[in-house]
Design a protein around this ligand. Structure first.
Ligand SMILES: Cc1ncc(COP(=O)(O)O)c(C=O)c1O
Length: 315
């Protein structure tokens, strides 16, 4: 159903976000949560390519519904599915082997060798910064390498920007600095600007082969969230002020976390912009180094599947 609020949101998103960045995406409203956006992305990628298999990454988190869980790494969350999670394979995220292995060694060989046993996938789904997976950021060069490999082999690239998008890494889309154009992008959380449930799945126009009503749902786009989402876009994305504020906060955060990490042997800082953590291999350290919740721009949250980092996120 078209409403004035929906039209205004779409026009504002196009004028303030897509056009200035030269991205040509169709905007779809799946159900209102992040996992709904991921489900729509996976479904579309499989439908467009006619291939069922999807590749994801170690420590990835994409949501709690069955399709999203199948591309999520955390074994505890996966066990909750109660059924086999199929048609997916996990591969090493950037830094999984501590920089000891050439990027995409396995993927490149597996795609090029017909004896590898890997069925050609429909898509690769990736977070540019793994939030729930422990605030690990992929390097821009790694993301470019992944995008190139996908392009060479006709595999769709899905970026799940549910957690890292909307300015959390400084730019609106977390992949802007890497200068890549994913085929499909998942967005949710802060896109409504006010904590109301809203989510988007963006995709290249040529991928739009949905039939009318083929992916429907009662709350696909929700008027109060369109209104607050439009206001947030107008308030934060008319100019570069938010981006420079995030850059300032990010360096403050990096400095603070570096000081915390310096107190513990083996600890280091990881992540990007305002999605950063100090992390170590000992669990005892976490309680001792827990920062006060009063830090101006951030709040503390236990990170990742193994929760051994001090994690701070923008409020
Ligand atoms: C990267 C990513 N994708 C998907 C989701 C799922 O979002 P939701 O909890 O709204 O379903 C999350 C949630 O934190 C997330 O971080």
């Amino acid at each position: 159903m078209k409403t004035v609020a929906k039209r205004r949101f779409l026009e504002t998103f196009n004028e303030l976000i897509l056009k200035p960045r030269k991205y040509d995406y169709k905007v779809m409203f799946p159900g209102p949560t992040g996992t709904n956006s991921v489900e729509a992305a996976l479904k579309l990628a499989r439908k467009v390519t006619g291939r069922p298999h999807v590749l994801s990454f170690t420590n990835a988190f994409h949501g709690m519904t069955l399709g999203s869980l199948a591309v999520t790494g955390n074994s505890m969350k996966r066990q909750g599915a109660g059924v086999p999670l199929t048609y997916t394979s996990s591969m090493p995220y950037d830094g999984f082997f501590d920089g000891q292995t050439q990027d995409f060694l396995w993927l490149r060989h597996a795609l090029e060798d017909s004896g590898s046993g890997l069925d050609k996938p429909a898509a690769v789904i990736v977070e540019t910064v793994q939030g729930e997976g422990g605030l690990r950021a992929a390097r821009a060069s790694w993301l470019r390498g992944l995008a190139e490999l996908c392009h060479q082999h006709g595999i769709l690239l899905i970026v799940d920007d549910v957690q890292a998008g909307c300015g959390r890494t400084g730019t609106f889309f977390s992949f802007e600095d890497a200068a890549i154009t994913p085929d499909i992008v998942c967005m949710s959380k802060s896109i409504s600007g006010f904590g109301l449930p809203l989510s988007l799945t963006l995709f290249k126009p040529e991928l739009d082969i949905w039939k009318p009503g083929e992916h429907n749902g009662t709350f696909r786009g929700h008027n109060p969230a369109f209104v607050t989402g439009t206001a947030a876009l107008e308030h934060f994305w008319q100019d570069r002020r938010l981006e420079s504020k995030v850059a300032g906060l990010a360096s403050q955060l990096h400095e603070g976390l570096t000081q915390i990490a310096a107190r513990t042997e083996g600890a280091h800082v990881r992540g990007a912009a305002c999605s950063r953590a100090s992390t170590t291999r000992t669990t005892k350290w976490q309680a001792r180094s827990r920062p006060s919740r009063s830090t101006a721009a951030c709040w503390w949250k236990p990170p990742g599947p193994r929760a051994r980092s001090s994690r701070r996120c923008p409020r």
